[in-house]
Design a protein around this ligand. Structure first.
Ligand SMILES: Cc1cc2nc3c(=O)[nH]c(=O)nc-3n(C[C@H](O)[C@H](O)[C@H](O)COP(=O)(O)OP(=O)(O)OC[C@H]3O[C@@H](n4cnc5c(N)ncnc54)[C@H](O)[C@@H]3O)c2cc1C
Length: 380
C-alpha cells in the first residue's frame, strides 16, 4: 500500500492551495462584505482548470479521477469556504450527472462551456416541503409532444443565481412514487417559465449564492432529459454520492487551515510570560485537531480510491462525510478557543470558518441522514 498521492496530483493540489491562500484568502473581507466572488478570481480559477475538474479532456476539461478531484477539493477547503463552495457545487453535483448519464449530444452542447467556466452549473432536488425526505419531491414534469412541462419550486439551490445549467430532479410518473423521478438539464437564464428567486441570506459561506428556483409551465425540450425517463430516486440520488466524498475532502482542507492558523497563533501569542503553546491545555487542543485532520484525510483518500476502482461507495461516502464534517465542527470550535477573544472577532479568519463550516453537516444529506444510510446498508 502506498499512502502518498502521486506526484502529479500533489503538484496540482499545491498549485490550488497556493491560489486559495495567496489570491483568494487576502480578498476574504471583500467577499464577505459584498457577498459575491470577484469575477476576476473566478476567471483565474477557470484558467487553473477548476471548472473542468470532473469533465473529460475531450470536452475541454481536466478529466481528473475521484482521487485527483478530492485532492483539489481539499485544497479548495483552505482560504475561503464560500469560494470553494461555488467551484465545488459546479464541479461535483452540478457536473457529475451530465458526465455520467448524458448523451454525446448533451455533452457536446454543455460540457465545453462548463469546463471553461462560461457556464456555471448546479443541482436541484430540495424543495420547501422535502429536504431530507428527498423521495417526496413534488415538482412535476409532464410530457407534451417534444417538451416536458415543469411546475414546482426548488429551494436553497447552490449557484442558482449565476448558473447557466441546472440538473433538476422532477417527478415524471407519480404512480410509480419515488421510482417515477427523472432528471432534466435546465438553462435557468434562458428558459421561459423558470425564475430564480431572491438570493438566500445565509449565516456564512458568503459569495456562494443560493436561491429558490421556480418552475411555472416551463417547457424543457425532451432532448434535455438526462438519463432514462423514470430513472428513480436511487439513481437520481447517486449523483450526490460522489459529492459527499468531495465534502469530506473540503472539510479536511478547512481543518488543516484552522490547525495551521492555530499553531501559528499558539507560538506567537504570549500570556503569563510565555507562548500559549507552552500550556498543555493548548497543546491538547492542537493534538486533537491534528487527529481530526489525519483521520479525515485517510478516509476521503480511501473512499476516493474506491470510486476510481469502480466500487460501490454508498456506505463509505457517508462514513467519510459524516466523520469529516462532524470533526470539522469540533476543530473550528477549538480554533476559536485557541485564538481566544480574537477568534470571536469579525476580522479573524477563524470566526469566518466557524460560521462557514456549519453548512457542511447539513447539505448533501444531514449528519443524521448519513447515519441512516450507513445503518440501512449495514442491516440490509
Ligand atoms: C446553503 C445551502 C445550500 C444548499 N444547496 C443545495 C443544492 O445545491 N441543491 C439541493 O438540491 N439542495 C441544496 N441544499 C439543501 C440541503 O441539501 C438540505 O437543506 C438538507 O438536505 C436538509 O434538508 P432540510 O433543510 O429540509 O432539513 P430537514 O429535512 O427538515 O431536516 C431538519 C432536521 O431533521 C432531521 N431529520 C430529518 N429526517 C430525519 C430522519 N428520518 N431521522 C432523523 N433525523 C431526521 C435532519 O437531520 C435535520 O436535523 C442546500 C442547503 C443549504 C442550507
Amino acid at each position: 500500500m502506498d499512502f502518498n498521492l502521486p506526484d502529479d496530483l500533489r503538484e496540482v493540489q499545491a498549485t490550488i492551495r497556493d491560489f486559495m491562500l495567496s489570491r483568494v484568502e487576502p480578498r476574504a473581507h471583500e467577499i464577505e462584505d459584498s457577498n459575491s466572488v470577484p469575477p476576476e478570481l473566478l476567471k483565474e480559477a477557470a484558467g487553473l482548470g477548476l471548472f473542468g475538474l470532473s469533465i473529460p479532456e475531450e470536452y475541454g476539461g481536466v478529466g481528473l479521477g475521484m482521487l485527483g478531484r478530492c485532492a483539489v477539493y481539499e485544497a479548495l477547503g483552505q482560504g475561503h469556504m464560500g469560494f470553494g463552495g461555488v467551484v465545488s457545487a459546479h464541479a461535483s453535483i452540478g457536473t457529475s450527472g451530465l458526465v455520467k448519464l448524458g448523451t454525446e449530444e448533451q455533452k457536446q452542447r454543455f460540457l465545453p462551456r462548463m469546463a471553461s467556466g462560461e457556464c456555471v452549473a448546479g443541482f436541484a432536488i430540495t424543495e420547501p416541503s422535502s429536504g431530507s425526505d428527498a423521495a417526496n419531491i413534488r415538482t412535476r414534469a409532464v410530457k407534451k409532444d417534444d417538451v416536458y412541462v415543469l411546475n414546482g419550486t426548488k429551494h436553497y439551490i447552490s449557484n442558482a443565481p449565476i448558473a447557466g445549467l441546472l440538473t433538476v430532479i422532477a417527478i415524471t410518473d407519480p404512480a410509480r412514487g419515488s421510482r417515477g423521478m427523472s432528471a432534466f438539464l435546465v438553462e435557468p437564464q434562458s428558459t421561459p417559465g423558470v425564475r430564480v428567486g431572491k438570493i438566500d441570506e445565509k449565516m456564512g459561506q458568503k459569495g456562494a449564492l443560493s436561491a429558490e428556483v421556480i418552475f411555472e409551465d416551463a417547457e424543457i425540450p425532451a432532448a434535455n432529459l438526462l438519463g432514462p425517463e423514470h430513472m428513480g430516486y436511487r439513481e437520481a440520488l447517486g449523483i450526490l454520492t460522489a459529492g459527499r466524498v468531495g465534502i469530506a475532502a473540503r472539510s479536511t482542507g478547512a481543518m488543516q487551515r484552522l490547525l495551521d492558523l492555530s499553531v501559528a497563533h499558539a507560538k506567537t501569542r504570549e500570556q503569563f510570560g510565555q507562548p500559549i503553546a507552552e500550556f498543555q491545555a493548548v497543546q491538547f487542543m492542537l493534538a486533537e485537531m491534528e487527529i481530526a485532520v489525519q483521520t479525515s484525510r485517510v478516509l476521503w483518500q480511501k473512499v476516493a480510491w474506491m470510486v476510481d476502482e469502480g466500487q460501490d461507495v454508498r456506505r463509505m461516502a457517508s462514513v467519510a462525510k459524516y466523520h469529516a464534517t462532524e470533526a470539522l465542527s469540533q476543530v473550528a470550535d477549538k480554533a476559536v478557543q485557541v485564538a481566544g477573544g480574537m477568534g470571536y472577532m469579525k476580522d479573524s479568519p477563524v470566526e469566518r470558518y466557524y460560521r462557514d463550516q456549519r453548512l457542511l453537516r447539513i447539505y448533501e444529506g444531514t449528519s443524521e441522514i448519513q447515519k441512516i444510510i450507513i445503518a440501512r446498508d449495514l442491516l440490509a
